[in-house]
Design a protein around this ligand. Sequence first.
Ligand SMILES: NC(=O)c1ccc[n+]([C@@H]2O[C@H](COP(=O)([O-])OP(=O)(O)OC[C@H]3O[C@@H](n4cnc5c(N)ncnc54)[C@H](OP(=O)(O)O)[C@@H]3O)[C@@H](O)[C@H]2O)c1
Length: 272
Amino acid sequence: MKLISDSAIVTGAGQGIGMGIAARLMRDGANVLLFGRTQEKVEAAARELNQSMEGRTRAVPFAGNVIHAEDVAKALEVATREFGLPGILVNNAGTATLRPIIDLPEEEFDLVMDINLKGPFLFTQALAKALVAAKQPGSIVNISSLNQMAVTDGAAHYCASKAGLANFSKVAASELGRYGIRVNVVAPGAIRTPLAEGAGLTTGAMEREFLVRTPLGKPCGEPEDVAKVVSFLCSDLASWITGDTLAVDGGNHIRGLHSYADTLGITRPVES
Ligand SMILES: NC(=O)c1ccc[n+]([C@@H]2O[C@H](COP(=O)([O-])OP(=O)(O)OC[C@H]3O[C@@H](n4cnc5c(N)ncnc54)[C@H](OP(=O)(O)O)[C@@H]3O)[C@@H](O)[C@H]2O)c1
């Protein structure tokens, strides 16, 4: 397997799935700009990854916010200076909160939509412009969620952002295919990360529910399960794949999409 580029940007790469993706791309031959909100996190991640790669490939940390176009432009400039114009972009940064629609403040709705949907738009636009101008091919992978299909009560804003990202990706694939730029989606189920642990997805009643609903017999996957699929999509092996979504969820989606509302304890009756 050969990656289509040795220069990559991964957003939300300071921990969790994003750091796992960066590690995998580095092992498979790419230098990676680790884009993340918290400087200390991306710096610590870069130190750890550079140490494990012993100079074979490089990680460069970059602190920025995916919702700010100037941070996106600067990150692209730094990655291009360090490694050459990136042919690989993984829009992984994301956030989630749980709150029923009737209690959801407008600002919280906007923030989730901005990070999960506008961020990938800004990065896709900036990189696609540069790739088209340079006549260079590319692979863009957007990290969505089982929630692009499944309903979780209390997560209307998150579900809408991920469903939006899935359809955004199809249009991007359609528009950019003629330039040799492929755009695909990876939709994880529960994956053991700080976000999933913080949301209570990996322990107690939620862990038991995921176990029952996951054919492959584990309640959740690991960042590496997602990372190896992303790397495949950024390689020559996936040269005829664009506009697609790969579910990486141990088969959870085929057991019926389920709301988890009672288990999460976030649904409250609408008062009459
Ligand atoms: N874990 C799961 O079970 C699961 C399931 C389905 C889909 N996903 C998706 O997978 C992706 C990664 O999730 P994860 O579980 O690895 O989450 P995580 O542990 O919370 O890591 C997310 C990373 O994104 C960064 N980030 C958040 N907002 C950002 C912003 N505005 N600008 C730049 N960086 C930002 C965070 O940086 P800071 O920590 O510095 O804020 C953090 O390092 C997300 O898109 C999520 O929706 C996860």
